[in-house]
Write a protein that binds this ligand. Structure first.
Ligand code: URA
Ligand code: ZN
Length: 382
């Protein structure tokens, strides 16, 4: 499905449109944006694991000397000019932009449909203002009633630059193995809308131990919690038979599929050695294995920052045709150099592609952009 294009495409790149930023500024609990005395930029506090440092600051009554929670909200979050500057600086021809976590997971049911509509329209307008350079993954109103949720898919499928949806792992509140989501997956598949699966909730904070919030920054939830969350969500979908129920479903997994490439063999072994699954006929010879699903219905992004991880993703996911380059901009800005210059999220991930597949090779061209152009139909204008 890859084309021979040499275009560089970033399929993992986020935007927070101004109306979404205002929504976060109006909130008092996580997720929210808040100013702290003495800090240049407002702080964006989203991760459940950030609640503890927020509580400490609130209890101390001052933020001057404390370690501020969250991350600074710079112009990189919501300025389209800044996104285009980032693309130009790094030789990115096309970006498939998406709202970042936690999307609309916190929006009240009765407001979710309209909020999704306006956010998706904002994304659509951004893309239209830079034709050929921007496409987007839309956002679904998951907290809305089922008919509103399905109507949202009807809305986005008509948006010219929309190529799929970005989805977290909570689904309708019970995860992605919830049977109530099958009609949603069917509607997405029928409209050739790819799901970009992205983590947010990580693992429970206790897992990180008592020293984490004061001493370890965001390293454990981001480096380990995020990928495990994705791994667990997809494993649950697989065990629930979602991929068989919706064979047209196509998913693009963030962060090279979490730990799926590494753990797929172990999942397989646990299935064929599970008495319950074997007795209930769920482990029989007709079963499509995790490997089959990875090769047939799943794409992985290349946001893994090392050739070693990327090689595993290529081997597990059915080859170089199923990986797509990404940067995760505006997260992980450089801390010791100019933010308007080069970001390691580009250079590390691009170097990993060269290391795993060979500098300038056909495989590298596919991962850097050819696969995205083919799979997401980025040549089509509508
Ligand atoms: N941190 C987040 O919260 N989201 C991302 O996409 C990356 C880092
Ligand atoms: Zn991301």
């Amino acid at each position: 499905m890859a084309t021979s294009t040499s275009k560089v495409v970033d399929i993992h790149t986020h935007m927070y449109p101004p109306a979404y930023v205002e929504l976060l500024e109006s909130r008092k609990s996580i997720p929210f944006i808040r100013r702290f005395d003495g800090a240049k930029d407002p702080r964006y506090i989203i991760l459940p694991s950030e609640a503890e440092s927020l509580d400490k600051i609130t209890a101390a009554g001052s933020s001057a000397s404390a370690n501020l929670p969250g991350r600074p909200v710079t112009s990189h979050y919501s300025s389209l000019a800044q996104k285009l500057h980032f693309m130009d600086t790094h030789g990115i021809d096309i970006s498939v932009i998406s709202l970042a976590n936690p999307w609309l997971d916190f929006v009240a049911s009765e407001e979710a449909g309209e909020t999704a509509k306006s956010v998706n329209q904002e994304f659509s307008n951004m893309c239209a203002s830079s034709p050929g350079r921007l496409f987007f993954f839309a956002t679904l109103p998951l907290t809305a009633p089922p008919e509103t949720l399905l109507a949202a898919i009807g809305h986005i499928r008509g948006l010219r630059y929309c190529r799929g949806v970005i989805l977290g792992t909570s689904g309708l509140g019970k995860g992605l193995d919830d049977g109530a989501l099958v009609p949603v997956f069917r509607a997405l598949a029928a409209n050739r809308l790819t799901i970009f699966l992205h983590p947010h909730y990580g693992l429970p904070s206790e897992v990180w131990g008592p020293r984490a919030s004061a001493e370890y920054g965001h390293v454990l939830p981001l480096a380990l919690g995020f990928p495990m969350e994705t791994t667990i969500a997809v494993a649950r979908m697989y065990l629930a038979g979602v991929f068989d129920a919706v064979p047209g479903l196509r998913m693009l997994l963030a962060h090279s599929g979490g730990t799926l490439p590494f753990l797929a063999g172990r999942i397989e072994s646990c299935i064929v050695h599970d008495g319950h699954l074997v007795c209930s006929g769920k482990a029989g010879p007709a079963r499509r294995t995790v490997w089959d699903v990875l090769r047939e219905q799943i794409y992985l992004d290349a946001v893994i920052y090392s050739g070693v991880g990327l090689r595993a993703a290529i081997d597990a996911g059915g080859g170089e045709d199923r990986l797509m380059f990404g940067t995760d901009h505006p997260f992980f800005p450089p801390l010791n150099s100019d933010e308007q210059g080069e970001w390691e999220s580009m250079t590390w991930n691009a170097t990993a592609v060269s290391k795993a597949l060979g500098d300038g090779s056909e495989g590298a061209r596919k991962v850097m952009g050819g696969n995205a152009v083919g799979v997401l139909r980025l040549w089509e204008d509508s």
